[in-house]
Design a binder for this molecule. Sequence first.
Ligand code: GTP
Length: 378
Amino acid sequence: MEKEVDDPPVAVEIDQTGQQSYYHSQSDSKRPQTDDVSVGVTVITGYLGAGKSTLVNHILNSQHGKRIAVILNEFGEEIGVERAMINEGEGGALVEEWVELANGCICCTVKHSLVQALEQLVQMKESRLDHIIIETTGLANPAPLASVLWLDDQLESSVKLDSIITVVDAKNLPFQLNKHRDSSSFPEAFLQIAFADVVILNKVDLVSSEILEELEKEIHNINSLTNIIHSVRCEVDLSKILNCQAYDATHATHLEALLEESKSLSTRHLHDGGVRTVCICDSQQVDLDKVDSAIRNIVIPDRTMHWEFEIRIVNLLMIRGSDCNLTRQSLAVREIYDIVPARKWEGSENQMNKIVFIGHNLNEDVLLDSFRGCALTT
Ligand SMILES: Nc1nc2c(ncn2[C@@H]2O[C@H](COP(=O)(O)OP(=O)(O)OP(=O)(O)O)[C@@H](O)[C@H]2O)c(=O)[nH]1
């Protein structure tokens, strides 16, 4: 298998229209235009693997009748993988517009492209949007993004920040917050809670009620104003997260204070520079059982490999014995691992296996070795 190892995220210019091409509309769903109304923007943030894509899927597949655009912001080699994990709603969202701001964290490099993309979306007169969702990468510091949406003069009248929703993983959050306390690791996980209007405390199926109580206290210690909602697979009441118009006077003052404070923080306090990605790509079909066992060896504790901190794996696989058109995704967040079918390949897609690792102290040689022999030889 070939390997690709990336450097820190680099901006990729989006095209002339500011958009990359996933657009679906239903002709009977056009609405009267109400140009004077700003479109609300919900920012969905949360650490790697917390459940952001699960939440976006829940929103798009719910019966709300809204025309929603989604902007995905991917990290490093995740490009294309994230997109495959979103199942566009059938009869839920009337319009979904996808603009991938590929290979760059909004907060560092693609601010300008984001503004352009937002402007383009709201100018699409024929298919007026009700709402825009931005799903950030798990490694995004929300401050610059919030600042663009809150303060950017160009955007002032066309879009407005509705709320920042932070999804947290109830199983992994104690580990992330402990590490943050001891060594300032995981600054993003901390900042994402600090900026949240709503915290979705997700994966409550994996922890006890005592731990949940503790976590609520910890979250409120970081951000006393935030509203906490418990969830399994992000199945939350959408009225609590869309169109919540979170910024009354108190919340607006809180946000402005945070934005001011984050100006004085150094990069080290805003970003975890030790996180990197390793991507393994290959165009041969693979044996699912072998891939499954290779991934288990990597993620399950008391095996030979000990990854410090965190490892997140996302992949798309061409599998023997399954419909060749089917993309699979398998996902691991530290030692929790599952493998599930995703959407079908689209006609224009370049079909290939892509396994992306995101974490600290990744040893790419060991990772490469683990997957040798998974490709089908016949
Ligand atoms: N047990 C359990 N698993 C969950 C829950 N919610 C999501 N998951 C699983 O957690 C994994 C990560 O979910 P995603 O929605 O991909 O997380 P994400 O935040 O979008 O991940 P990144 O984009 O890589 O940062 C997937 O395997 C999900 O199926 C939950 O409530 N309980």
